[in-house]
Design a protein around this ligand. Structure first.
Ligand code: PHB
Length: 393
């Protein structure tokens, strides 16, 4: 095999040579996520979701043992993402790829899938357009358009007419900005200014000054969950905007449960919309939270990427079942189109056309429980929301 064929070409050759044994005894699943660095807790939640699923549903499917291989991608880095996916396919011979926290990393993997004959099940990356990049992508998280759209009406119902939006300047932020503007203006509101913040922004006081100067009655915000969101919400609380009566609307990325202890009482009253709250009241969630808490190593570390991963594993198990362990990416993806089940988040299904998850979006308020700890309390349900994102572009 000539080197000029490239590493992936060489691997496909090797796979063909090995295809006499079409049924592998062990099916390998490669999971890419931030397992170190500032976003490590998000990756840890991927792993907790995977481990919880396997603890509750077994470690084999139709007699095929499942082996999960993790690869660390600490920050958004498309070149590294592609290299890790290639290495998993070529060297580790994974039949399935999963995980992926950041949108640019998911975008970088999609061109490999067809040649690698490998589906990608996205546990988090939330830009609508990812799904259009390859027919072999399925997503079990959310899109920012999906989580944000209900907020337009929610804001006007609370008497807010003028909003300033502030989003991270990349895919999911741009989608959130567009979806909020569309929904808010349809409900009679006006977005007076739209700020886009570089992804590496960590001093938010100048942004808070612009919010104050804009004359808006509320701020709408999106940033990717992690140290960034914690910094933004802290700045909102601590620069006096909250005290000045400027309201706050955001998708639930900004009040993830693992950030709540650090936000303290300042978070009480924050309204967010999201697909999952750790407090969701159902028997399925109770079982999930118990298993995932064990896997993540403490109740206060649990957050939404765990449920994307848990349901992502459900989808991968269904794919393995449908193909009986044989590597056939298209057949695997076709098998989960229209699949519905009860997730820890509530009822869900994979939309047969977009391959994105249809789910309830909940309005939640941060409240203080009897134990003195704050949590996201679901107070309203927007049932069976598809991704409206591609229509808002
Ligand atoms: C993304 O990059 O798509 C992303 C990351 C973190 C979030 C939401 C979206 O909380």
């Amino acid at each position: 095999m000539k080197a000029s064929k490239g590493i992936l070409g060489a691997a496909i050759g090797a796979l063909l040579l090995g295809s006499v044994s079409a049924y592998a005894d062990t099916i390998k699943v490669g999971i890419i996520g931030p397992f170190s660095g500032p976003f490590a807790l998000q990756g840890k939640n991927f792993q907790a979701g995977v481990e919880a699923y396997m603890a509750l549903n077994g470690k084999s499917v139709k007699g095929h043992d499942i082996e999960v291989i993790y690869r660390d991608l600490p920050a958004a880095n498309p070149a590294q993402s592609r290299a890790l996916a290639q290495e998993l396919v070529v060297k580790e011979k994974v039949q399935y790829l999963g995980g992926v926290y950041f949108t640019p990393d998911a975008m970088a993997i999609t061109p490999l899938l067809k040649q690698a004959n490998t589906p990608l099940v996205i546990f988090n990356a939330a830009t609508s357009a990812i799904m259009t990049q390859s027919p072999l992508v399925v997503r079990t998280s959310f899109t920012t358009a999906q989580t944000t759209s209900p907020l337009g009406k929610i804001a006007t119902e609370r008497g807010v007419k003028k909003v300033i939006s502030a989003v991270s300047d990349y895919g999911p932020g741009v989608d959130a900005e567009a979806a909020f503007k569309k929904a808010f203006e349809a409900a009679g509101g006006q977005v007076v200014e739209a700020i886009r913040m570089p992804l590496n922004t960590n001093d938010f006081s100048p942004i808070m000054q612009r919010v104050r100067d804009s004359g808006a009655e509320a701020v709408f915000a999106f940033l990717p969950s992690g140290p960034t969101t914690l910094g933004f919400v802290k700045a909102y609380n601590e620069t006096g905007l909250k005290q000045a009566g400027i309201k706050f609307f955001a998708p639930g990325d900004l009040t993830q449960e693992s950030d709540l202890p650090a936000l303290g009482d300042g978070a009480v009253g924050l309204l967010t919309t999201f697909h999952y709250a750790v407090s969701h009241d159902s028997p399925e969630n109770k079982k999930f939270v118990e298993a995932a808490t064990k896997a993540v190593g403490g109740a206060e570390q649990l957050s939404f990427p765990s449920v994307g991963a848990y349901d992502g594993m459900h989808v991968i198990y269904k794919m393995i079942e449908a193909t009986d362990g044989k590597q056939d990416a298209q057949k695997a993806v076709d098998a989960v189109k229209g699949l519905s089940w009860t997730s820890p988040r509530g009822p869900v299904s994979i939309d047969a056309e977009t391959r994105h998850i249809t789910e309830n979006i909940y309005l939640r308020e941060v409240v203080k429980g009897p134990d003195g700890k704050t949590f996201n309390k679901e107070i309203q349900t927007f049932p069976n929301q598809k991704d409206p994102g591609l229509a808002t572009q």
